[in-house]
Structures are given as C-alpha cells and as structure tokens.
Design a protein around this ligand. Structure first.
Ligand code: SF4
Ligand code: SF4
Length: 82
C-alpha cells in the first residue's frame, strides 16, 4: 500500500483517480486504506494518486510493504468481491 504524508494540502485531486476507492479525507488530511490500495496493480502501470499529486506527499507505506504477487492477489480479491 501507499501512504499519504502530513504534507498533503487536501487538494482532493487524488481521490477521484483511485480505481479502488482507497482514498478518503481523514481527520486532518487525505488517507489511504491499506486494505483497498493495490498500488494500482491490475488497473494502471503507475500509481495514479502519485501521478496527480502536486506536492509529492504519497510514498510507499513502510508498515504495509507488499510484493507484486500480493498486490495482484488483492486486486483479484477486490474485483471478484464486487
Ligand atoms: Fe489508489 Fe492506486 Fe493510489 Fe493505491 S496507488 S491509493 S490504488 S490510486
Ligand atoms: Fe493530498 Fe496529494 Fe491527494 Fe492532494 S493529491 S489530496 S496533496 S495526497
């Protein structure tokens, strides 16, 4: 999963581009649900939130490091549950 740092300026451009609806407004700034973020695996070549974020405040979450296979499995889990 990726993670949004507190340097987020709440511009809201990342939320609509997430294919997994993993991004929402938290208490103080936007947050990513690690159970829903596939790092865009299965949908796009690169993480769309990182592409659009104007302040580069989205990083790889050190608390949720996942392999490509794990991200792919999450993608399949999410799309088959729909
Ligand atoms: Fe959503 Fe992709 Fe960003 Fe994860 S990396 S929060 S799936 S846009
Ligand atoms: Fe925050 Fe970046 Fe998302 Fe804007 S695009 S809300 S600055 S994480």
């Amino acid at each position: 999963s990726l993670k949004i740092l507190d340097t987020c300026v709440n511009c809201d451009v990342c939320e609509p581009v997430c294919p997994n609806q993993a991004i929402s407004l938290g208490e103080d700034f936007y947050i990513i649900d690690p159970d829903l973020c596939t790092e865009c695996v299965g949908h796009h070549d690169e993480p769309q939130c990182v592409v659009v974020c104007p302040v580069e405040c989205i990083i790889s979450d050190p608390a949720h490091v996942e392999t490509g296979d794990a991200l792919k499995a999450k993608y399949h889990r999410l799309t088959s549950a729909a």
